[in-house]
Design a protein around this ligand. Structure first.
Ligand SMILES: NC(=O)c1ccc[n+]([C@@H]2O[C@H](COP(=O)([O-])OP(=O)(O)OC[C@H]3O[C@@H](n4cnc5c(N)ncnc54)[C@H](O)[C@@H]3O)[C@@H](O)[C@H]2O)c1
Length: 424
């Protein structure tokens, strides 16, 4: 098959590599000159997955993978188009359809009769049919389910291990009509590894909601864990011991409490659900509970060391999770704001980001090699480096708050620094 992948980011490039590895002729489309040039020169523009760095050169050399900056031109040469351009969301989680609409208009310009288009970008329910189908039809002159086929299939993978996750998670597919669903199923059977489960659901809306349902479930579950953490902390109970004991019953799957929820997905997609339906109460409440965890953590610090006004406090890790260079919607920013509101001087450290990035993100950069006095440290992202850190080396440090319950309490306490976990 001739396949166009529109958007060669951290998800799109691995998809292109997967399809090309199954023998299809893949043309990747991206607005970024550096991404397109790197691929056409036989190099992976992203280094977050070792298999990409290995496979891109051979796939390009064999002619099975190439790239263009012209979406319409790439689409013109394809029987199947996979769109994986992000839906942009601002700080307040308001959606900007501008970039994905622009990509859709370009796709429409290149469409040939009989093409299948699959959106994999996470979308609010109804977007594929109500927003993109009319744009694709009017821009191409083609008619849905007659000579244009359109489906939604959520991307459920994690950056850094996309090729592995594509093999092990079922591929959920829902078309805008029966012929679209059939064609999308046939495509994924040929494009993913043999043996991958490919599961049709009733329609595109079901597939769209599936992604929002699974991510919102995790946000709600974490909110419950956070409420348990607060309840346990008020009673001197170790919530981690409670959760481990509770989860020994097979119907209990309580997630981990923490200082907040970050990343592109979990703190964002619940908004796609409840922004369009005021009756969805639980996801909205869960979001609010998870957003409060930064303030709750700062209050614990104040209880321990007194008013923070003028006091130096260090946030360790601004990435949204351990050992990634990615800080989208990181709870480090909520912590920064809460600490500032309490009057603290907020230092930040993260081995994955430059000093300039930390400064732009609103932190005083902190150098662990030349440490200055801080009274409290909050571990926001439990990078491996922090597990090996000797906290006794930080002058003036009285307490470490382990925002992910990931550090070794005994060794921190042995170094003469107090330890507090989240509900622990
Ligand atoms: N990142 C994740 O962890 C993750 C996980 C699962 C699903 N997803 C889904 O995948 C989507 C993409 O994520 P990503 O991490 O690959 O994003 P990314 O930011 O790494 O890459 C997006 C790419 O799209 C390109 N692009 C933007 N407009 C374009 C256009 N008009 N034509 C062609 N290319 C265009 C950009 O130049 C960029 O290279 C997300 O919005 C989300 O819905 C992401």
């Amino acid at each position: 098959m001739r396949v166009a992948v529109v958007g060669l980011g951290h998800i799109g490039l691995p998809l292109a590599v997967q399809y090309a590895s199954r023998g299809h002729a893949v043309i990747g489309c991206d607005l970024s000159t550096s991404i397109v040039d790197a691929i056409n020169a036989g190099r992976s523009p992203h280094d977050d997955e070792a298999a990409l760095v290995e496979r891109v050169p051979e796939l390009v050399a064999s002619g099975r993978l190439r790239a263009t900056r012209d979406d319409a031109e790439g689409v013109r040469q394809a029987e199947v188009v996979v769109v994986i351009v992000p839906l942009v969301v601002d700080e307040r989680r308001e959606i900007d359809f501008g970039p994905i609409d622009a990509a859709t208009r370009e796709v429409a310009r290149g469409l040939q009769p009989g093409t299948l288009v699959v959106y994999e970008t996470t979308l609010p329910v109804g977007t594929t049919r109500d927003r993109f189908a009319p744009m694709l039809e009017s821009g191409s002159g083609l008619k849905l389910e007659r000579d244009l086929f359109l489906a939604f299939s959520p991307e459920r993978v994690l950056v850094g291990r996309v090729l592995l996750d594509l093999r092990r998670y079922p591929k959920i597919v829902g078309g805008t009509g029966p012929a679209s669903t059939e064609r999308a199923l046939a495509f994924y059977r040929e494009a993913l590894e043999p043996g991958t489960e490919i599961r049709a659901v009733a329609n595109a809306e079901t597939a769209e909601m599936t992604k929002l349902a699974e991510t919102t479930y995790r946000d709600v579950n974490i909110a419950l864990a956070n409420e348990y953490a607060r309840y346990a902390a008020a009673r001197g109970i170790d919530v981690i011991e409670v959760i481990e004991a509770a989860n020994s019953q097979p119907y209990s799957h309580i997630h981990a409490p923490g200082v907040g929820v970050g990343g592109h997905c979990i703190p964002v997609y619940p908004h796609f659900l409840f922004n369009t339906d005021a009756d969805l109460r639980l996801p909205r409440l869960a979001r609010a509970i998870n957003e409060e965890m930064g303030g709750w953590t700062v209050a614990r610090l104040e209880e321990r060391i007194g008013p923070l006004s003028g006091q130096p406090v260090l946030v360790l890790g601004i990435a949204y999770r351990a050992d990634v260079r990615e800080d989208a919607f990181s709870s480090a920013f909520r912590l920064r704001d809460e600490l500032r509101a309490a009057g603290a001087t907020v230092y930040g450290h993260d081995p994955y980001f430059t000093v300039e990035h930390l400064r732009t993100a609103g932190f005083e950069p902190y150098d662990l090699a030349n440490p200055i006095a801080v009274r409290g440290a909050i571990v926001q992202a439990p990078h491996a480096a922090y597990r090996a850190l000797d906290f006794a080396d930080l002058p003036g440090l009285e307490v470490v708050i382990d925002g992910r319950n990931a550090l070794d309490r005994a060794s921190i306490e042995a170094s003469g620094v107090a330890y507090l976990g989240i509900g622990h």
